[in-house]
Design a protein around this ligand. Structure first.
Ligand SMILES: [Zn+2]
Ligand SMILES: [Zn+2]
Ligand SMILES: [Zn+2]
Length: 346
């Protein structure tokens, strides 16, 4: 993530709504990828260079967004919120906070996808190729839905996330029950976006063969593999071949986990450069260099966390097998940026 600055010079952040130094209202403009200090003029908010914006409806009505819409665009929602299909019912308790957490994760995901130059279309504007999000509740988060049990996952252009993942106590309970070392809203969303992009790429036979050589045959029984994983746990010695225990459940999950980590690493290296911890930006490094820099930096990050009594921020090991998987993700991202040979036409 870049470091943003208010017009007064104060450093501000991607999630900021207000400058703590000069009091300016802040809004993120996804077109210029900048944080704008805005002042109100009637129904509009004016940026320092004079352009007029509105705040997204989800900012003014629900305080879960800080993105703006240019005056030339009649849509009530910002380009990030247009990806929503289902949002938590705001008349129910705790749901404003949960939705806010989900939006923060989703916006950070979208930011990195934009930084990487990946194609981004919402499923309303592009029903065949676009992406949508369902933030869904079940009986565990609201007594109003006693019968249902909603799984986080991806299917046919829609990422579904159980709203309960935005509740710290509930997510931590899940993490412990599943013996995971890491479980976050952002991690879920980045993982699921990997399923979306692999489907969207519509890879040809050659690329599918390469995929199989790196991750294994992803046509093997999906539900059976996952059931086995949840019943018996990960295969022995998974640490030598996979980034996480869950990645060992099925080749498609290994791919999505690797994709998620590719995004973690890119974002973290960008943040490190923005804050002067490294002099090189991730887009100036190839994947081998990125991995090597991140290996050293993540150790420092974990040690810093331990210094203040917290668990490791990045409890993962990037072994040689994982490195190959990340290199394949890098290749796929290149193809997605510029569709051409290697991908079948839609
Ligand atoms: Zn300011
Ligand atoms: Zn919005
Ligand atoms: Zn998955």
């Amino acid at each position: 993530m870049k470091q943003f600055y208010c017009q007064c010079g104060q450093p501000v952040f991607f999630d900021s709504e207000k400058c703590l130094s000069c009091g300016s209202r802040l809004g993120f403009d996804p077109l210029s990828m900048t944080m704008l200090a805005l002042h109100q003029a009637g129904e509009w908010w004016l940026a320092p260079y004079g352009n007029a914006f509105r705040f997204c409806d989800n900012a003014t009505k629900f305080q879960v967004c800080n993105w703006v819409v240019p005056d030339t665009d009649p849509h009530p929602l910002c380009s990030g919120c247009r990806f929503n299909r289902t949002v938590p019912n705001q008349s129910l308790p705790d749901n404003q906070q949960r939705w806010l957490r989900l939006e923060e994760g989703k916006k950070r995901l979208l930011y990195t996808l934009m930084q990487l130059g990946l194609p981004l279309e919402n499923g309303w504007d592009a029903p065949d190729t676009g992406l949508l999000f369902d933030f869904i509740e079940d009986g565990r988060s609201q007594v109003a839905y006693p019968e249902t049990f909603v799984h986080t996952g991806y299917l046919g252009g829609v990422i579904t996330l159980n709203t309960l993942e935005a509740d710290d106590a509930a997510r931590e309970a899940q993490r412990l029950q599943l013996k995971e070392s890491y479980r976050t809203v952002l991690g879920h969303l980045r993982h699921e976006s990997g399923h979306y992009y692999w489907q969207r790429l519509n890879a040809d036979e050659g690329l599918r063969a390469e995929f199989a050589a790196v991750f294994g045959d992803d046509s093997q029984d999906y539900q059976g593999s996952l059931d086995r994983y949840y019943a018996n746990g990960p295969e022995a010695g998974w640490q030598q071949r996979f980034i996480s225990a869950y990645a060992s459940a099925h080749p498609a999950e290994d791919w999505a986990e690797s994709w998620g980590h590719y995004l973690h690493i890119y974002d973290a290296l960008e943040t490190a450069a923005a804050h002067g911890l490294r002099s090189v930006w991730p887009d100036q490094m190839d994947i081998t260099e990125r991995i090597s820099v991140w290996r050293a930096l993540s150790v420092t990050l974990n040690e810093l966390n331990r210094s203040v009594g917290r668990r490791d921020a990045y409890p993962f090991v990037l072994n040689a097998e994982v490195e190959k998987k990340l290199a394949f993700v890098d290749r796929v991202i290149g193809l997605l940026r510029t569709p051409g040979p290697g991908t079948a036409a839609h």
